[in-house]
Design a protein around this ligand. Structure first.
Ligand SMILES: N[C@@H](Cc1c[nH]c[nH+]1)C(=O)O
Length: 361
């Protein structure tokens, strides 16, 4: 995250204002889609993250110790505390629960580049598992990219379990399994075969796993190629579930932005189904990431299906077509003669009430 407040040069001020506009726009967009803002504490008990299965890697957390010796962590993720909050009062709700947030999250290193702090603007939708909800949330993610004027962007869609099922057929020591996942994620195609062969893995499985990095591209083509790697009905069902979401996204008119990536891995271990990431041309890191996490709330005593995404605000800022795509135009300037000050004041006041911005008088 860039720090704006200590360097009040004009360019920096300008950037800060654009960033604030972006946050306003995101909040408005999320509200328009029925999400309510929520905030969670910056400091959380370490146990909130360390005791959960399938949450975030402990090595990524930033820990602090309070005067009583209790270990706290700086919020490493917003999805987990929001889910805890929802699970805590789920009894009183029916239907969907939609929350959005604009919060800083803290991790030892984001994307390996040393930064420890990121502002995330995200949404979480609780209460229903369906292709319609998945498509609705992904369409909202796409809308946020369209809002910043981005045109050349892609949403990569994968499945948290798809190739894990394939890997489950292979008995590999844990370390080798991690290495294999990293190799698949980095699409290091040349390394997959030798790694598996060194553990005497069945050649037909080696062949299937080696194809995973190629399962990337237009959804229709990926669907066809993926038929060769299926080892059970569950994989088939997962693949079909992604297709259902894709078809709905086509109905939203945003199909052209979708690619399938069946080798997609997310380091958050809580995902249970569809996962996705958004990339905008010329920005090297994902500008948003999300997915369905139907099992997370169980850790807090409730079974609540859920899906959400978080955008990385500074990556969005870098991705914006230009500042004007974000900044609100300086609406109206009231020019007046000194003798008409009373009327000018009344007019500006009325304009502000109506939602315009009238900087003068
Ligand atoms: N919390 C996830 C993003 C997300 C929000 N909802 C679901 N997933 C992350 O930081 O990567």
């Amino acid at each position: 995250m860039e720090i704006f407040s200590f360097d009040q040069t004009e360019a920096n001020q300008q950037k800060f204002q654009v960033r604030e506009h972006l946050l306003d726009n995101l909040k408005k967009r999320f509200s328009l889609h029925g999400y309510q803002q929520i905030r969670t504490s910056t400091f959380e008990p370490y146990e909130l993250y360390s005791n959960q299965i399938g949450t975030i890697p402990q090595a990524s957390m930033i820990k602090v110790i309070d005067p009583s010796g209790k270990v706290l962590v700086l919020r490493p993720d917003a999805t987990i505390p929001v889910t805890k909050e929802v699970a805590g009062k789920y009894d009183s709700f029916t239907g969907h629960i939609r929350y959005f947030y604009v919060l800083d999250v803290f991790r030892q290193s984001f994307y390996g580049n040393g930064g420890k702090e990121r502002t995330q603007a995200g949404v979480e939708c609780f209460g229903e598992k369906s292709a319609a909800i998945d498509a609705e949330v992904i369409a909202l993610a796409i809308q946020t990219l369209q809002d910043i004027g981005a045109t050349h962007f892609k949403i990569e869609i994968g499945h948290a379990n798809f190739f894990k099922q394939l890997l489950a057929e292979i008995a590999l020591p844990e370390e080798a399994m991690e290495q294999l996942k990293a190799t698949i994620q980095a699409k290091n195609i040349a390394d997959i075969g030798p790694l598996l062969e060194s553990f005497a893995v069945d050649p037909s499985l080696v062949e299937k796993v080696s194809q995973i990095p190629f399962l990337y591209g237009h959804p229709k083509e990926v669907m066809e190629r993926a038929q060769n790697v299926l080892v059970n009905e569950k994989m088939r069902a997962e693949l079909n579930s992604l297709w259902d979401v894709y078809e709905m996204l086509c109905t939203y008119g945003v199909g052209e932005h979708i690619v399938f990536d069946l080798g997609l891995i997310n380091h958050m271990n809580y995902y249970s189904d569809i996962i996705f990431q958004g990339f905008v041309e010329q920005v090297a890191r994902p500008v948003l990431m999300g997915g369905r996490y139907d099992r997370l709330a169980e850790q807090f005593g409730e079974a609540i299906p859920a899906i959400g995404f978080a955008s990385d605000v500074d990556a969005l800022l870098a991705a914006a077509a230009n500042d004007r795509a974000i900044a609100r135009p300086a609406d109206i300037t009231v020019v007046y003669e000194t003798s008409k000050l009373t009327q000018a004041l009344a007019l500006t006041s009325r304009l502000r009430d109506e939602g315009g911005i009238a900087p003068l008088p």
